[in-house]
Design a protein around this ligand. Structure first.
Ligand SMILES: Nc1ncnc2c1ncn2[C@@H]1O[C@H](COP(=O)(O)OP(=O)(O)O)[C@@H](O)[C@H]1O
Ligand SMILES: [Mg+2]
Length: 627
């Protein structure tokens, strides 16, 4: 594979989890996560209008400010035009009054003062405008971010399982940013550009129709050239964003996987792959910025040609037709000014496109299906007892691919139900169903006789304490992390929970005990210690249902036994589901379910199962040999 092909394939892999402001314009196969990408092509154009309308809906609340801003744009544009036009009477009356009369310095000074005042009005309103627009844009962005974050809190686990964190993060940051840029500057520039063009044109016609015709010939040429450059730069701009995304994605992955990189001595490979991506980024950035950069010179050149042509024709008109010198002067100023807004508008168009692409990526998240709302007749169980019944449950993450088959069980308060089985058998999946991370395909799950689908979601989850297989700690103190399990827990209860989880002694050895700050998902703790804190978090909760998913997999056997004693007290009167990788820890369970390929193949207590001499017996004796 040559370098270019490798760059392409690497980009395809990494751009998915990276900022791609112009993702909509990304080439085919742009990234790993396609779940939320808008359809390219025609559908996009149709969407654009809806997207624009939606962006404006975020500006609605600042309508008055918008009017103020646009009024200021109007004032500043008109004042610039007026001040330019004032040159004509100034020159004609005070400088070259004609008929051999001398100029009028005092009058000139007065007129110049008026002109300065007009300019000043323009400058002031320009200042007011940019301040106002900034406020409006930031207000709107705040609302967009709020909405997006709110939405993220409502999205189901399924959504997070299907989308990469990096991609989501970049929607929150990069895509919102490009939208912000558009709101704070592009909108106004487009408006003022259009106003200037129209105003200048009107004044030009008013000044001299023949000279206007010369300019009118030049306009299409300028627009054409501007459009050609803009479309090129748009293309390279989106290529640049994709490359940037790939580089970011790659860096993100190597940073978070740094240890694995080192362990497998992949530094050189990583360096090489990074260089390929980096090189690609450089190439695309040069192209994008080159085409962005030549816009100015190209337009300048055309405007120079226009200027010379106008000057020539204007001079001839002055000599032959008695066109006034003041008129010619302002006309030349106008023709100079004319190219600026044309130039600006063609530059802004690409901004608009990337902002739209960004906005679409943001709105795509907002439009994802949230977790199902509680039914109108949903009930809350206060208090919840914890009778959990699974009745002929069938479930697959993908409805066409059933993973759990015909799962039935009954768990009473005070009982400990264990799931054992090989990796991938479906143990975690069962627990995901009890707290409704996912909804089942058929069968039923009831708690205290009420189908979980008819329970208020908050009520359900508040009553289930869970230690997930993947530990997670938030940035904050140890105490705060434990208290996450129940916000109104007292300090003593936190300590008690830590003791139950056998975490107390190691916490006391931390530099600041319970007030030690944890960062980076508890990077300064051992994996086992992280698990203990997660258990403590569940222990502080008073939920009647407790789920422990391989909660002690990284904890030594002695500590594990310690926890078990603590937990036994905790489990009293609660319904507990335990998934354990060491079978010794589930020996005392009331019922052990042996799962294989999504089915319960054996069930019973430890002794029954051993007597059966089936799969459990195999697992248990196999394990004993290893222990
Ligand atoms: N979020 C998911 N989306 C799709 N399939 C999944 C998901 N999580 C797990 N699976 C699949 O479900 C099966 C059971 O997984 P799991 O319940 O996690 O097993 P375990 O018994 O090891 O906890 C596995 O085959 C796995 O590939
Ligand atoms: Mg699991």
């Amino acid at each position: 594979m040559d370098r270019e092909q490798r760059a392409e394939s690497l980009k395809r892999r990494y751009a998915g989890s990276a900022p791609a402001a112009a993702s909509g314009m990304r080439g085919p196969g742009g990234g790993r996560q396609r779940a939320m990408q808008a359809d390219p092509g025609k559908a996009k154009l149709k969407n654009s209008r809806a997207t624009i309308r939606r962006i404006f809906s975020y500006l609605d609340r600042d309508k008055k400010k918008m009017f103020l801003a646009f009024f200021c744009v109007l004032v500043s544009t008109v004042s610039t035009l007026a001040a330019s036009y004032m040159l004509r009477p100034i020159i004609n009356t005070y400088i070259f009054p004609g008929d051999g009369r001398p100029g009028d310095p005092a009058g000139l000074l007065r007129a110049l003062a008026v002109m300065a005042a007009v300019y000043l009005a323009g400058v002031v309103s320009n200042y007011v405008q940019s301040r106002t627009m900034l406020t409006i844009a930031q207000n709107a962005l705040q609302r967009v971010r709020d909405d997006l974050f709110d939405k993220m809190q409502q999205l189901p686990v399924r959504f997070y399982d299907n989308n990469s964190n990096g991609d989501l993060m970049s929607r929150f940051t990069n895509d919102v940013d490009v939208l912000g840029q558009m709101l704070s500057s592009t909108l106004v520039q487009l408006f003022s550009g259009a106003l200037s063009i129209i105003g200048t044109l009107v004044l030009m016609i008013y000044t001299n129709i023949w000279l206007t015709l010369v300019t009118l010939v030049m306009i299409p040429v300028m627009l054409r050239a501007g459009g050609a450059v803009a479309s090129r730069s748009r293309k390279y701009f989106s290529a640049q964003q994709a490359s940037l995304g790939a580089v970011n994605g790659y860096v993100e992955e190597t940073v978070s996987g740094q240890k694995v990189v080192k362990v497998f001595c992949h530094e050189d490979v990583a360096k090489e792959e990074f260089q390929i991506l980096n090189d690609d980024l450089r190439r695309n950035q040069i192209r994008a910025q080159f085409f962005g950069g030549i816009m100015g010179p190209v337009m300048n050149c055309l405007s120079q040609i226009n200027y010379s042509l106008t000057a020539c024709v204007g001079g001839i008109l002055c000599v032959l037709q008695g066109f006034d010198v003041g008129g010619l002067t302002v006309f030349l100023t106008f023709s100079r000014q004319f190219s600026r807004p044309v130039n600006e508008i063609s530059m802004q168009v690409s901004q608009v496109f990337s902002a739209l692409a960004g906005a679409e990526r943001v709105f795509a998240v907002m439009d994802e299906d949230p977790e199902p709302e509680d039914d109108a007749d949903a009930v809350a169980l206060e208090p919840m007892q914890g009778h959990v019944i699974l009745d002929h449950v069938y479930f697959g993450y993908d409805p066409d691919k059933i993973i759990l088959k015909d799962i039935s069980l009954y768990a009473k308060p005070g009982q400990k139900i264990a799931f054992v089985g090989s990796t991938g058998a479906g143990k975690t999946t069962i627990t995901n169903l009890i707290n409704r991370f996912y909804d089942i395909q058929s069968g039923s799950i009831t708690i205290d006789g009420v189908d979980v689908k008819h329970l208020k979601m908050d009520n359900l989850r508040q009553n289930i304490a869970m230690v997930l297989q993947d530990t997670h700690l938030f940035t904050g103190t140890v105490r705060e992390n434990i208290r996450y399990g129940r916000l109104d827990a007292t300090d003593e209860e936190v300590v008690q929970a830590a003791k139950t989880a056998s975490a107390h002694s190691f916490i006391m050895r931390l530099p600041k005990g319970y007030d030690t700050e944890l960062t980076g998902d508890g990077a300064n703790l051992s994996q086992g210690q992280r698990q203990l804190l997660n258990i403590a978090r569940a222990a502080v909760s008073k939920a009647p249902i407790l789920i422990l998913d391989e909660a002690t997999s990284s904890v030594d056997t002695r500590t594990e036994r310690h926890i078990e004693h603590g937990m036994d007290r905790l489990m009293k009167d609660r319904t507990t589901f335990v998934i354990a990788h060491r079978l010794s820890t589930v020996r005392n369970a009331n019922a052990i379910m042996v799962l294989e390929k999504g089915e319960i193949i054996e069930r019973g207590d430890h002794d029954d199962l051993l007597k059966m001499k089936g799969r459990y017996y195999e697992l248990y004796t196999g394990m004993s040999e290893l222990d």
